[in-house]
Design a protein around this ligand. Sequence first.
Ligand code: G3I
Length: 361
Amino acid sequence: MRKTVIPLVIWYSLALITSCKKKPAAEPQQFITLQSTASFPMGSAVNSPRIKGSYYYQGTLTTEYNSITPDYELKFDWTEPQNGVYNYTDGDFLVAFAAQHHIRVHAHNLIWHQALPNWVINFQGDSVAWENLFKTHIESEAAHYKGQVASWDVVNEAIRDDDGTLRNQDVNPGDGSIWRRHLGPDYIARAFQYAHEADPQALLFYNDYGQEWNSVKLDSMIALVVGLKNRGVPISGIGMQMHIDINADNAGITTALKKLAATGLKVHISELDISVNPGNDPNIVFTSALQIAQAGKFQFIAETYRATVPAAQQYGITTWEFSDADSWIPAFFHRKDWPLSFDSLYKKKPAYYGLLKGLKD
Ligand code: G3I
């Protein structure tokens, strides 16, 4: 009995194995994502603690986006906290994470009147000393990330909102530019030159906000970048931050994109978020009506970007983070708000589908 059982077991096992016909390998399912739908890079601002701290964050980021902008890790106060002492640890983490996931890095930013360490704010020196401080920082950081980042916001927010002139520490101490005060108005051109010399391959952007609602600032910005371009300064593009709300004027958005595209430079919608509570209503509820209005505005922006900026100049659309949980707006404006494409549990909102629809042909 025993002798006949064993062969049967073996037979049966073999029969079972051979009878399991190999299923044809399933076609890899093409998931519909922001990055797979867009004809240009889709980006998000990110920060290193969030990437390290959440698999939801990491998973959404690597699935939906193919470009990142470090929130603070590449800024002056973070990379050179003391004179000549550099700290690239957090930036290195981000560029390594991006390389691992084949994600573009848009570096942000080399020169800004904010996010400065105290040693710069309190620096005492003549114009030669200031120029050296400025040049050394740009050269060090741009060289460090050479070959690891695709582009830089070289200068951020150099133009005043009220009259379109250059921010100047002398004129408006609260919101002026220490760089303009100590280096003169042409510091912007030299920032681009130093960055280009340190990393000739990187695309170099001027980044600012308000183009869609402030025609004085828009025209001043265009005069600045066209002037730089015409002088042969190595500028590649303009960042239009687009921190807007659901009431933003569509005509203003369209006009700004058309005018920026007319410069022939690349146009990057660089920090998009769409507030639903610009009036700071403490009792606001994120109603379906608000969700639908926000979705419609995301859709409009994607459609208008595609329609007004020639493909060769479309550097991409980047939101300033991607989940409402991580937006800078509620804390900065001390209000309830839901400005992004994913909710605080990283679930897709109607805003996500509005953006996706606007990206589709
Ligand atoms: O993550 C660190 C934490 O580890 C540390 O303990 C803590 C205290 O030092 O700092 C935390 O980093 C902070 C970071 O926000 C994340 O919360 C930085 O100090 C803080 O300076 C940083 O603020 C950023 C701000 O720029 C200044 O760099 C905001 O997140 C960021 O949203 C904001 O972004 C700006 C753009 O660069 C330019 N356009 C406007 C936009 C919004 O203001």
